[in-house]
Design a protein around this ligand. Structure first.
Ligand code: C2E
Ligand code: CA
Ligand code: CA
Length: 549
């Protein structure tokens, strides 16, 4: 057979066997500079043809730029030397531009000691492992691994995403062998309960996905999960409690979702499982579209907040609400965070503050408002040197950062005396055991900063804290003020709080005074400060300054 015929024969074999493999086979004709590769490489790497002439130059478009010269050298060497083996790891570039590591191996056919044809194969090194040697199940990495008949048919059943609770803890505390045992046992229990048209996949470390494509409603799914859970418990007993663990599940049925694309089903099952996990271990939850939409909205808001913060706090603003004496003299102001979306619409603090706290973004945002408030306070101090700015600090900031140091540094940076600053913390942070919280509190107090216990009287007030923390000020919430004007018991309670504050020589700020009646009630309690719409709504610095000039 002449060289041309031999090359064409290999091309035909590649075309014929291409659909039987995940790898890309190739053959090179060194004499005529032709390269032929499996057609599946076209989609993966954005090649325009799988039969390539002048191949060393043409392949430059798909080989990762910094690896190209090495391939050029290799090909020149193979053409001119008698080495018959090619074995290299380098990168190609995928259709969407990302580098793909491949292992490329080839063997040359020689004539008169010279390489004339090379036959070989390209393997993607990072390709997903689709089977799992612990459970023997298929892995579900992408839709390609769904059995064809499933991905093509109509979804009329349910999905259950099962999670082995705290697998990481088991691996860490008892050992990975026991973690593997928990996984393989769970897999056995699932398999023993499935009907012939129900499938299970091992998705990742601790998760399984059961797919009932054609039948079953929520009750069937729940009953199936409960049977599996009972099996798991029985197995744990049977094996003498070698490893004790529980499983949780998120359930999605075909009536829960309008969109049955592979992606949205995966996301829905993920969401249902994470809702179950948030309830604790050993439980199950059904997918709830309203909650899901809410979480997507929060996620969107979190992304917007994050990019605003990166973008020098664009969209963030500080408003100030004045604190007055009962005689209506301005003593200070509380700094309150405001946020506008890029399209200009305002977001309520009740919506964005919890998102900042959940995402940890309250740490940079809290530092920003602290510094802004301190530097703004200096501007007001020009008119009134005793003016006091009050800044809210979240539980999260105290827990995750060294707030005492942050506040001290901020004061030093701008040169504001500590007496001009008040810090507001809510009592919900003070679990008796939380020493760090109490330490931060006392350290801040020792710097001469005024410490206010915010939202006092809402939730579970623990009067012991008053003695332990000795706040400079307690702030009672608007809900307390409103309730006291309507309900005698609440009124008496508020009076007791006031007299307790007086006895402990601790200041009191009554918040949320809106009406004449509320003002009368507040004044009778002889508080140190009153704060509320009656005296002023939160306003930008410019209008606060106008009050003095
Ligand atoms: P808060 O610390 O209790 O702040 C007082 C809230 O009551 C403010 O709401 C204020 O506008 C509102 N308010 C004051 N007087 C009246 C009144 O007479 N009537 C009514 N209806 N409301 C009044 P805002 O600004 O919406 O803030 C809500 C919450 O968001 C704050 O409650 C605080 O917990 C949080 N927040 C605001 N800014 C920050 C901040 O910079 N850091 C942290 N960690 N939390 C903040
Ligand atoms: Ca406050
Ligand atoms: Ca408050």
């Amino acid at each position: 057979m002449n060289n041309n015929n031999l090359f064409n024969l290999y091309c035909d074999i590649i075309d014929f066997t291409e659909s039987t493999m995940d790898n890309y086979m190739f053959v090179i004709d060194f004499e005529n500079d032709i390269y032929h590769i499996s057609r599946s490489a076209l989609d993966r790497f954005g090649l325009s043809d799988n039969h390539i002439f002048d191949f060393v130059n043409t392949l430059e478009q798909v080989i990762y730029p910094s690896d190209y010269q090495a391939i050029r050298n290799e090909m020149t060497e193979l053409k001119t030397s008698s080495r018959a083996i090619h074995n290299m790891q380098y990168r190609w570039v995928s259709q969407n531009g990302s580098p793909i590591w491949i292992n490329c191996r080839g063997r040359c056919i020689q004539k008169n000691g010279k390489n004339i044809i090379m036959v070989g194969c390209l393997n993607e090194i990072g390709a997903k492992q689709k089977a799992d040697n612990i459970t023997g199940l298929l892995r579900l990495g992408d839709s390609l691994t769904l059995p064809q008949e499933i991905s093509d048919s109509y979804f009329r059943g349910f999905l259950i995403r099962i999670n082995v609770d705290d697998l990481r803890g088991i691996n860490a505390k008892i050992g990975t062998d026991f973690g593997d045992l928990a996984i393989s046992q769970t897999s056995e229990c699932i398999l023993s309960e499935l009907e012939s048209d129900q499938y299970v996949f091992h998705i990742n470390g601790d998760e399984f996905l059961i797919l009932s494509m054609n039948h079953g409603d929520y009750n069937d799914a729940r009953d199936l999960f409960i049977r599996i859970r009972n099996d798991v418990e029985a197995k744990i007993q049977q094996k003498g409690f070698l490893v004790v663990y529980s499983i949780s599940a998120g359930i999605v049925t075909s009536s829960d979702l309008g969109d049955y694309s592979f992606d949205s089903l995966m996301k829905a099952s993920e969401f249902a499982l994470s809702s179950a996990k948030s309830l604790g271990k050993n439980t199950y939850t059904r997918f709830n579209i309203e909650m899901y939409k809410e979480s997507l909205t929060k996620e969107l808001l979190a992304n917007q907040l994050r990019s605003s913060i990166k973008n020098d706090f664009k969209g963030f603003e500080v408003y100030y609400q004045i604190l007055t004496s009962p005689e209506n003299k301005i003593i200070g102001a509380e700094a309150l965070m405001r946020y506008h979306l890029p399209n200009g619409s305002p977001v309520s603090p009740a919506d964005f503050i919890p998102v900042l706290e959940d995402t940890g973004l309250i740490i940079p945002a809290g530092k920003w408002i602290l510094e802004t408030a301190i530097s703004d306070c200096l501007k007001v101090c020009k008119y009134n040197p005793d003016f006091m700015v009050s800044v809210n600090i979240s539980f999260m900031q105290v827990l995750k950062t060294n707030m005492a140091k942050t506040v001290k540094r901020a004061l030093e940076k701008y040169g504001l005396p500590a007496k001009n600053l008040m810090v507001e913390l809510t009592e919900s942070g003070f679990l008796e055991s939380d020493l760090h919280y109490q330490k931060t509190w006392s350290r801040l107090k020792s710097y001469g900063i005024k410490m206010a216990l915010d939202d006092f009287g809402t939730g579970y007030s623990n009067f012991h804290y008053l003695n332990e923390l000795k706040p400079n000020v307690i702030k009672t919430d608007r809900s307390f003020t409103v309730a006291a004007t309507k309900d005698e018991y609440e009124h008496v309670l508020l009076e007791h709080v006031a007299s307790l504050a007086h006895t402990l020589h601790c200041g009191m700020c009554i918040e949320g005074v809106e009406t004449e009646a509320e003002l009368e009630l507040a004044k009778a309690l002889e508080p140190t400060y009153i704060q509320g719409y009656y005296f002023g709504k939160p306003e930008p610095l410019s209008s606060l300054l106008k009050r003095f000039s």
